[in-house]
Design a binder for this molecule. Structure first.
Ligand SMILES: Nc1ncnc2c1ncn2[C@@H]1O[C@H](COP(=O)(O)OP(=O)(O)OP(=O)(O)O)[C@@H](O)[C@H]1O
Ligand SMILES: [Mg+2]
Length: 368
C-alpha cells in the first residue's frame, strides 16, 4: 500500500504555484515580446519619452505577466522611471485611472469625489516635472475603457500631458484582450498614439506543455504527474487556448488525486476536474460585471433565445435605461463572448438581433 497517501501527506510541494495570480519565476516563450517592450521603454532610461506600445492577444497568453515582469525590472534598476499598472476592469473611467497614477506617485489615493479631474491631472503633471520622473502607464484590459466609452479621453489626456506641462514625459502600454471585435480610436488619438504593436499569439501545444511541465515540477513532489497525464492536460488547454485552464487543471486534478489518497494524478482525475477548470475564464469575466450588465445577462439567460427588441423592453422595465445604453451593454456582453447576437435583417429599430447565451444557462445563473 505504499502508493497510498496518509491523511497528513500531500502531493503539493508548493500549492501557491497553481494560483492564477501567481507571478511565475520562469516566464517562458515570451522573449521576443519582452524585448520589444524593453526597446520601447529604453528612451525613458535616459530621461526621454518612451515609445507607446499596444500588446494584443487572446486571453491567457501572458500579456499581464509580461508587463509585470518588465515593471519589476524597472522598479529595480530605473529609479527615474515610475511604472504604474492600472487594471481597467476595476478602474474603468478616466478619473479612476488617473487616481491610480496619483496614488502611485504621491503615495495616497485622492478622494473619490469632490476633486476635479483637472486638479488630479495637474498634481500628477507637476510632480513629474518637479521630480524629473518619466511616467509609464500600463492600461491592462483596456477593453473595459472601450465599453465605458472612456478610452479616447484617457489616452488623449496621457498623450497631451507634455503640451500643458513642458518637460513631462509619459509612455503608454495599452493591453488589449483580442476578442475578434476591432478596436478603433478617435482620429485625434490615433494620430499621436502611434503605438508599437506587440502580438501575443496563442501558445503552441509544445509551448503549453513546456510551461505546464515547468509549473508542475516546481509545485508538485516528484512522480506526481507523468507524461501521459500531462499530455491530457495540454490537450484540454490547447483546445481552449487559455493557459489558465491548464494551471487550474493541474491544481484540481492534484486535489482529486489527494482525495483518492493516491500519490499520482490519473487521467480520470484530470477528466473530472475539467468540468470546473474549463470555466475559469467564465468566472474571471463574470466577476467584473456591473449591476446593469448582470440584469441584462440574466434576461438573456432566462430565455432560450430572444430578439434584441424583446430584450430591450424587459430591460427597460427593470432599469428604466434608454435604448442606446442597452445597446452598449449588449455589445459588451457580446464582445466578452458571453452571448451571441446575430443580425437578422428584420426589426423596426434598425436591424434586429437574435440573442443567445454562449454558456449553459445554469452555469451563468450560478455566477450571477
Ligand atoms: N509564458 C508563460 N510562462 C509561465 N506562465 C505563464 C506564461 N504565460 C502565461 N502564464 C500564466 O498564465 C496565466 C495567464 O497569464 P496572463 O494573466 O499574463 O494572461 P493575459 O494575456 O494577461 O490574459 P487576459 O487577456 O485574459 O488578461 C497566469 O497565471 C500566468 O502566470
Ligand atoms: Mg491580463
Amino acid at each position: 500500500m505504499k502508493e497510498m497517501l496518509s491523511w497528513d501527506q500531500t502531493l503539493f510541494k508548493d500549492s501557491e504555484l497553481f494560483e492564477l495570480d501567481h507571478i511565475p519565476e520562469h516566464f517562458l516563450h515570451r522573449d521576443g515580446q519582452l524585448q520589444a517592450m524593453m526597446y520601447s521603454i529604453r528612451p525613458a532610461l535616459g530621461g526621454g519619452r518612451p515609445l507607446n506600445c499596444l500588446c494584443i492577444g487572446a486571453p491567457g497568453t501572458g500579456k499581464t505577466t509580461a508587463v509585470i515582469k518588465i515593471f519589476e525590472e524597472i522598479e529595480k534598476h530605473a529609479p527615474q522611471v515610475v511604472p504604474v499598472l492600472v487594471n481597467c476592469q476595476v478602474n474603468s473611467t478616466r478619473y479612476a485611472v488617473f487616481s491610480q497614477v496619483f496614488r502611485k506617485l504621491i503615495g495616497y489615493a485622492p478622494p473619490t469625489s469632490g476633486v476635479s479631474f483637472k486638479k488630479i491631472f495637474n498634481e500628477i503633471s507637476r510632480y513629474l516635472a518637479e521630480h524629473e520622473k518619466v511616467l509609464i502607464v500600463a492600461l491592462d484590459d483596456m477593453n473595459y475603457l472601450f465599453y465605458e466609452n472612456e478610452v479616447n479621453e484617457v489616452l488623449y489626456s496621457l498623450l497631451r500631458a507634455h503640451e500643458t506641462y513642458p518637460g513631462v514625459r509619459v509612455g503608454i502600454i495599452a493591453i488589449l484582450s483580442d476578442t475578434g471585435v476591432p478596436h478603433l480610436f478617435d482620429p485625434k488619438v490615433e494620430s499621436v498614439f502611434l503605438p508599437e504593436e506587440i502580438a501575443f499569439p496563442r501558445y503552441s501545444r509544445d509551448e503549453i506543455k513546456d510551461i505546464l511541465s515547468n509549473r508542475a515540477k516546481l509545485g508538485f513532489y516528484p512522480g506526481v504527474l507523468d507524461d501521459i497525464v500531462l499530455d491530457r492536460i495540454t490537450e484540454h488547454t490547447s483546445a481552449l487556448g487559455d493557459l489558465r485552464v491548464g494551471i487550474d487543471l493541474l491544481k484540481r486534478s492534484g486535489l482529486n488525486a489527494e482525495r483518492r489518497a493516491s500519490r499520482m494524478i490519473s487521467v480520470e482525475d484530470v477528466e473530472s476536474a475539467f468540468g470546473k477548470s474549463r470555466l475559469v475564464h467564465l468566472s474571471y469575466i463574470m466577476q467584473s460585471l456591473k449591476e446593469d450588465e448582470k440584469i441584462l445577462l440574466r434576461l438573456v439567460a432566462d430565455a432560450a433565445q430572444s430578439s434584441s427588441g424583446e430584450l430591450y423592453e424587459k430591460f427597460h422595465l427593470k432599469t428604466n435605461l434608454a435604448y442606446t445604453r442597452f445597446y452598449e451593454l449588449l455589445n459588451k456582453l457580446h464582445s466578452v463572448k458571453l452571448i451571441d447576437a446575430d443580425f437578422t435583417g428584420k426589426g423596426s429599430r434598425g436591424r434586429s438581433r437574435v440573442v443567445t447565451l454562449r454558456y449553459n444557462a445554469d452555469e451563468i445563473k450560478m455566477r450571477l
